[in-house]
Design a protein around this ligand. Structure first.
Ligand SMILES: *[C@@H]1O[C@H](CO)[C@@H](O)[C@H](O)[C@H]1NC(C)=O
Length: 246
């Protein structure tokens, strides 16, 4: 009886191991001992761009999020100004280049510098900003164009065992927008009085640091949690050995 149950356990483990050995063909593994592991990881991620764009990595791996149309949760700021952003959608985040990458495979840490040549963000906004002499106020459509964004990405992960097989997971992902050229346009400020609207938008863009200081950390947080989600879905789809043969 003991022997039989051990036998069954082994069969189950083999079946599960077999089932999990289905790394999507789009994912290129990187040998752990490779002398240029970082280059391999850069190539592997960059070759995944179409899949990162659609969210479809393979028949058994469809991520909840795609970077062609990146949907972010609402943002509220209530500081020196009040700003509410809803229905936030980002475009162009699937078009990136990894300028530099460092990977420490032992404790699974990745640092990367990524470049995004051009992204657009659209949302609904409600703004109230008391500037003393007058109040900037309105609600409607906000468009943000972002050029040449340089982004620092820090990933810290770990390994865990599932059915006796080692897997990778990402514990924290943090992005930091180091530099970017941003231009905002708040449509319908001053209830659509066009000349006032245009003048106000100019003032806003000349004083962008105030808005950026409050809004960018929230955007970074939202995008970080998207990256955490996507990377964990991807890493759950294969074993440690499948991603990094060793
Ligand atoms: C990406 O996600 C958005 C929002 O969830 C969805 O509308 C879109 O169909 C998805 N796929 C692509 C390729 O954009």
């Amino acid at each position: 009886m003991k022997k039989l149950s051990l036998f069954l356990q082994i069969i189950v483990v083999i079946l599960i191991a077999k089932e999990s050995a289905t790394l999507a063909p789009s994912i290129k593994p990187c040998p752990l001992k490779s002398p240029n592991l970082a280059d391999c990881v850069i190539k592997s991620i960059e070759s995944l761009k179409p899949e990162i764009g659609t969210g479809i990595y393979g028949p058994n791996l469809v991520a909840d999020v795609n970077l062609t149309k990146l949907v972010l949760s609402d943002i509220y700021v209530d500081r020196s100004f009040k700003l509410k952003l809803t229905q936030i959608k980002g475009y162009g985040f699937n078009n990136f280049k990894i300028e530099k990458l460092r990977i420490n495979p032992e404790n699974f840490k990745i640092d990367a510098i990524m470049l995004f040549p051009h992204c657009d963000v659209y949302s609904k906004y409600a703004l109230g900003w008391n500037l003393g002499i007058f109040t900037l106020q309105g609600s409607g459509d906000l468009s943000v164009s972002i050029d040449n964004a340089k982004v620092l990405l820090k990933i810290v992960g770990s390994t865990y065992l599932k059915n006796g097989v080692e897997y990778l997971k990402v514990d924290t992902a943090q992005i930091n927008i180091k530099s970017a050229k941003m231009k905002l346009y708040f449509d319908n400020l001053f209830n659509g009085q066009k000349s006032l609207e245009q003048a106000a938008n100019e003032v806003i863009n000349q004083n962008l640091d105030i808005i950026k200081g409050e809004v960018v950390p929230l955007i970074e947080q939202r995008i970080s949690s998207v990256i955490l989600k996507i990377s964990n879905q991807v890493f759950a789809s294969g074993t440690h050995k499948e991603f990094f043969p060793h």
